[in-house]
Design a protein around this ligand. Structure first.
Ligand SMILES: [Zn+2]
Length: 339
């Protein structure tokens, strides 16, 4: 028998409910960056350009277009400058690029200055609350990382770019295990204080559950308003959609996702990518939320890029949608012989 005293129900932070009247959820499509950079197969620039154009045509308002990281470290992200030049720019769409450090920002600024037309007005920077993760990824302490980033943010803003911040490993870290929610809060607050307009909270390991996600959000929202936060959940343990709904209940209205669930980690068997955009759109539309995304075009894009990568389409909603469409468009069978 379930004893009610042992059942803990964590409620969404009361401070955030007031900000929850809007039915619009902004989806930040991270497939071309967070997705592709973690795929084993390196796709051609032509495929990347087509992917971004298709996502734009499907109505995604923000599409992370790539990363200004050294191709020596992340070969999948080589040629982001070329991608930015070649995509069909829509004034309704944002095309942020990840900039890991000052060198990446200098390269981006050189590109922007050399271009006769605007290519992007937004960058993303990243850090983590875990000392071990920070050391492994950026070879510095969390404090040093924040100091370096504040310089990057300052220079970006001086050059007219707005900056989005990522906090990785907000639930668990592969090296340290469970991360204390107050450590996430401090890093998120530091990113906002240095000038980021929004902070995306990343469950990089995908270990989060609705309860642990809400515990973390409760701590962060003691100092940060829900309107400044985004949910970035990976689906390693199959809990990402439940966690998206938990984030909505806490007043968050921005969700990062990756078409066809692109991503994973080539070095870590079993690790999966971001929550699939098709799955997020399916659950949001089903529950009466608005996203501005055309599910039909999105599902077709997920199917196409999965074929290009030679991998299964990891979106259940995308597969179901396509199967339904295929059934509907099939020629109806003729009258069956009665036996
Ligand atoms: Zn991610």
């Amino acid at each position: 028998m379930l004893r009610s005293a042992t059942v803990r129900i964590l409620r969404a932070p009361a401070t955030c409910r007031a900000a929850s009247t809007s039915r619009f959820v902004r989806i930040v499509e991270v497939g071309p960056r967070d997705g592709l950079q973690n795929e084993k197969t390196v796709v051609s620039p032509d495929v990347k350009v087509e992917l971004i154009n298709r996502l734009q045509a499907a109505g995604l308002p923000t599409i992370e277009a790539g990363s200004f990281v050294s191709p020596k470290w992340v070969p999948q992200m080589a040629g982001t400058d070329d991608i930015l030049r070649r995509i069909t720019h829509s004034s309704a769409t944002k095309y942020p690029v990840l900039v890991p450090n000052s060198k990446g920002l200098t390269n981006l600024l050189d590109l922007l200055k050399s271009s006769p037309t605007p290519l992007t007005d937004e960058i993303a920077v990243f850090t983590a609350p875990s000392e071990s993760f920070s050391k492994a990824n950026t070879n510095c302490t969390v404090a040093e990382s924040l100091e370096r980033l504040s310089h990057v943010v300052q220079v970006a803003q001086d050059n007219g770019l707005r900056v989005r911040g990522y906090v990785s490993t907000v639930i668990t870290c592969p090296y340290e295990g469970r991360i204390e929610p107050h450590a996430v809060r401090e890093v998120a607050k530091a990113l906002l204080d240095m000038g980021c307009y929004e902070v995306s909270l990343g469950d990089t390991t995908g270990a989060g559950t609705p309860q642990t996600i809400l515990e973390m959000l409760n701590a962060v929202q003691q100092h940060v308003d829900a309107s400044k936060l985004a949910a970035h959940w990976h689906d390693t343990c199959g809990t990402a959609i439940a966690n998206v709904m938990a984030a909505l209940s806490a007043g968050i209205r921005v969700v990062d996702s990756s078409v066809a669930g692109l991503g994973g980690c080539p070095y870590s068997p079993g690790a999966t990518g971001n929550v699939a955009t098709e799955d997020v759109v399916h659950v949001l539309h089903g529950d009466g939320w608005e996203t501005g995304v055309d599910m039909s075009k999105l599902a077709a894009t997920g199917d196409w890029i999965s074929r290009e990568l030679g991998r299964p389409n990891e979106s259940r909603a995308g597969r179901a949608w396509l199967a339904k469409r295929a059934r509907e468009s099939a020629t109806p069978p003729g009258p069956r012989a009665r036996l």
